[in-house]
Design a protein. Sequence first.
Length: 202
Amino acid sequence: MRKIIQVINTLKSKKLEYLKKYIYLCKQTTDNLKLSSMDYLERKKIFVNEFVNEIQSSNLSLFLGAGMSFESGLPSWKNLLGDLANKINIKIDDAHDYYQIAQYCENKLGSAYVKNSITRLLNPKKYSSNILKSILGLPANNFWTTNFDRVLEKNIEKEFKTHPDIIYRDVDLIKTREKSAKVIFKMNGHIDDQTSWILTKS
């Protein structure tokens, strides 16, 4: 009987100890969340101030992805590769790695066939984009994009009546240009040079 009472008392003591630890941890978590919130607000304020300073110094560069071309009627990655994937019996609805899908298509259909099919889809009847028009109102001269279509340069030409410099090869980096020139860095290549495309895993 004494042993049972000792065990019960020990359990009570342990329970109280665990409860104290739990309360302490809850308090620490709450304090940390408050600090994190304050840190976030402070970092946000610093970022906004630095961002504004960079804009005022004309040091702004913009990164633009596939979404900027939708308004001009260009397809998403899913629609770009959809028909090709169907030809090799791949359900693209279940896919997330489009570079891998493109690799499968090239392996089965050939690189030239895949690239020519994509080229046809990336030549819209119009290039105008209200979204891009708004974006181009920002004081930025450098644009980085994963797209190899012509939508961005066509809108720059229309908005500023000037041809932007297109950088998609190493050799393009040594070109001399005015500081005020609009420059597009095409990270995945240019539609007019299929050998420059980064489309697949390899």
